[in-house]
Design a protein around this ligand. Sequence first.
Ligand code: SAM
Length: 229
Amino acid sequence: MTIADDLNKAIYGGSPYEGLDIGSYPLDLQGWCDEPQIFDSVIAEAKPELIIEVGSWKGTSSHYMLNKAPNACMVCVDTWLGSSEHWVSPEFREMLGFKNGRPTLYEQFMANVVHAGLQHRVVPLPLPSRLASIVLQKFGVQSSMIYIDGAHDEALVSEDIEAYWPLVSPGGIMLGDDHVEAWSGVMRAVARFRSKHRQEIEQTQDIRTRWRATKVTKPKGFWSGVTGR
Ligand SMILES: C[S@@+](CC[C@H](N)C(=O)[O-])C[C@H]1O[C@@H](n2cnc3c(N)ncnc32)[C@H](O)[C@@H]1O
C-alpha cells in the first residue's frame, strides 16, 4: 500500500480507477510544462514523499514529476474544467474536449494515469482548489513540495498560494508556474506573497519561468526580519 492508496481509500473508500473506461481515451499528454527539468533540483532538495499539484490538466507535469521522483506519490488538484483562458480562446476551447457541454479533461487525466501505470501513486482531487485545500487539511496532509499551476487570474493565484502555503511542511518548497510578464497577475500575486510571508520564507528565487519559496524550518525570531538571521 502506498500513501496514495491510503488516501484514495480514506477519501473514496477504494481505488477511483476501478472500472474506468480507458478505451475511449488513448494516452494524450498534451499540456503546458515548459522546461520541466526545473523540477529536478526541487525534487532533489525537497525529497517529497507526497507532492501536491494544483492544476494538473491532462497530467503532463504530474507524470514528469512522478518519473523524476520514483518513490513519491502525488495529489492532483483540479476541477478538470479548465481555466478562464481555456474557455475564451477558440484554440484552447478545442482542447477541453467538450461532451454535452462539459469538458472531458478528468476522463482523459484518469485514463492517462492508468495508461502510465501510476494508479497507486496518484490521488485525484476533482474540486476547486480552495475547497481541496480544506479537504487536505482535514485529512492532515502536508507536503514538502507543492506546485501551483491552476488559475492564472491574480486573485485566484493569491488564493491558491495562501490556501496551500500552510500545507507546506517546515523546510518544504512551494513553486509555481508562469512567473512571467505575460502573466502579470501571477507576478503580482507572488510579489504580495513574498512580502506578506517573508518571516516564514527561508529562501526564494525565480528559476526562469517559475518561482519558488522554501519554508523556514523554525519560526524566525522577532529581530530576524531586521537582521535576516
Ligand atoms: C495551465 S493548466 C495546468 C497545466 C498542467 N500543469 C500541465 O502540465 O499541463 C491549469 C489547470 O488548472 C485548473 N484550474 C483552474 N482554476 C482552478 C481552480 N480554481 N481549482 C482547481 N483547478 C483549477 C484547470 O482546470 C487546468 O486544468
